[in-house]
Ligand binder design. Structure first.
Ligand code: ATP
Ligand code: MG
Length: 417
């Protein structure tokens, strides 16, 4: 992509909602645009990152046997009435007074997925199974804040699993718990700052588990055991005031962002929708469920909170909007030609490149590259061309080196392998 053609542009104006690094940097670098409080457009750069995150999540969910579906955002009032959440889910956006067209915007999808699964699964032979979707959710949050960390419309992956026994749910739950830790690592979070956190579990189990990434902007207060990478959420610290694994009672208070959570639903929703299966003896038994969420847009915001410096964003390789940020410097026609040629060569080799071909000064172009935060920056100038090279600089490193134009493609492939 040639920067001169890119839909969004960087901006020096600090947005008025800039209460956090992600709100400020993502807007100034041209990744997102706020429409109203808690509601954002994802611009081309931002959508590329979000799609990369979603693809990594998708692969992780398929690896635990999840099958992808897409449920509607418009959901009928009747199902919310059936679970008694129409009147008790405060954040639900409800559309009332429209005759038979009363509905809510999907805030979560147990009310849709449970009657849906009931249409297809009857016998113990049909179990277990899991379905997931990646979709926008709507919640009337009393306080939208911290950019895309807490929105009123936001992106989420929600997986639902269906079982014939608690034991089978427990087994699957542990499998997903492990898969989540791997997933968050693949998304770029150092395992050192990702804590599996014990939280309240509802009626069916003592605890649920949240996945918290340490960050000062986090809304959650958690008590961490550094040794076990486990934590206890403040909301249940009275019930559980030591590490659930090693018993360590010297827990450290930290701030965390909840990027995901997993929950044993038991028969709460299958009871509400009378979802039963026939067991080996022909008896009808209630289906047992679990649900597993990851806030994909919140993940994107959290990455920016964790990976930034005074100059801008520092994207992890796995989710970066482009692999290479190519910059031509100077007014020399020879330089432009050489940079054009390199851009074409990289594009042909399937290397996703943002090419800043604008006729602007070095200061502006390099500052933009730092702000946008693509992992590798390549600069072509008359100086680098003296040795048939481009300057290679990684966004998270201080030093730069010259690399022969003929070697660059290989070096990029190695870097990303
Ligand atoms: P929170 O405790 O932060 O309000 P939650 O416990 O209500 O979240 P779930 O309903 O389980 O969250 O949703 C699953 C995931 O979706 C959360 O772990 C979080 O990452 C993300 N999420 C929840 N609410 C929002 C929001 N308003 N904006 C962005 N992401 C959100
Ligand atoms: Mg929560």
């Amino acid at each position: 992509m040639k920067y001169s053609r890119l839909f969004s542009k960087t901006s020096k104006t600090v947005p008025h909602d800039a209460d956090s690094a992600n709100a400020r940097l993502l807007a100034q670098a041209g990744f997102i645009h706020q429409e109203i409080a808690g509601v954002y457009t994802f611009l081309p750069l931002g959508l590329k990152v979000l799609r990369n995150i979603e693809q990594i999540i998708r692969e992780a969910m398929e690896a635990v046997g999840g099958q992808e579906i897409l449920m509607p955002a418009m959901t009928p009032k009747s199902v919310w009435k059936q679970t008694d959440r129409w009147d008790h889910f405060d954040a639900l956006f409800r559309f009332e007074g429209m005759g038979d067209k009363e509905y809510a915007l999907g805030a979560t999808h147990e009310e849709i997925v449970t009657p849906l699964a009931k249409e297809y699964a009857f016998s113990y032979k049909d179990f277990p199974f899991a379905v997931f979707q990646i979709q926008n959710k709507f919640r009337n949050e009393p306080r939208a804040k911290s950019g895309i960390l807490r929105g009123r419309e936001f992106a989420m992956k929600d997986l639902y699993s269906f079982h014939t026994s608690e034991k089978d749910l427990d087994k699957y739950y542990e499998e997903v718990k492990k898969a989540y830790l791997k997933l968050f690592e693949r998304l770029g979070f150092d395992p050192q700052i990702t804590y599996t956190t014990y939280a309240s579990g509802g009626t069916f189990s003592q605890f649920s588990h949240e996945f918290q990434v340490l960050s000062e902007v986090g809304e959650d207060t958690i008590y961490t055991c550094a040794k076990c990478k486990l934590a206890v959420n403040k909301e249940i610290i009275d019930k559980q005031n030591s590490c659930p694994e090693c018993g360590n009672s010297d827990l450290k208070e930290k701030k965390g962002i909840e990027v995901g959570n997993i929950f044993k639903l038991g028969t709460k929703f299958s009871d509400a929708f009378n979802f039963k299966y026939t067991d080996e003896d022909g008896k009808q038994k209630p289906v047992i469920m679990g649900c597993y969420g990851v806030g994909s847009s919140r993940v994107m915001g959290s990455i920016v909170e964790v990976f930034n410096d005074e100059k801008g964003i520092i994207w992890p390789k796995s989710v970066a909007p482009y692999q290479v940020h190519l910059v031509s410097l100077g007014k020399d026609g020879v330089v432009f030609k050489a940079a054009d040629k390199l851009y074409e060569k990289l594009s042909k080799a399937g290397i996703d490149t943002l090419y800043d071909n604008r006729d602007l000064g070095a200061g502006v172009k390099l500052a933009d590259a730092d702000l946008i935060g693509i992992p590798v920056r390549l600069v072509v100038s008359s100086r680098t061309l003296e040795s048939d090279s481009a300057e290679w600089k990684e966004r998270d490193k201080k030093e730069a080196e010259n690399v022969k134009l003929t070697e660059i493609e290989k070096k990029i492939k190695v870097y990303y392998s």
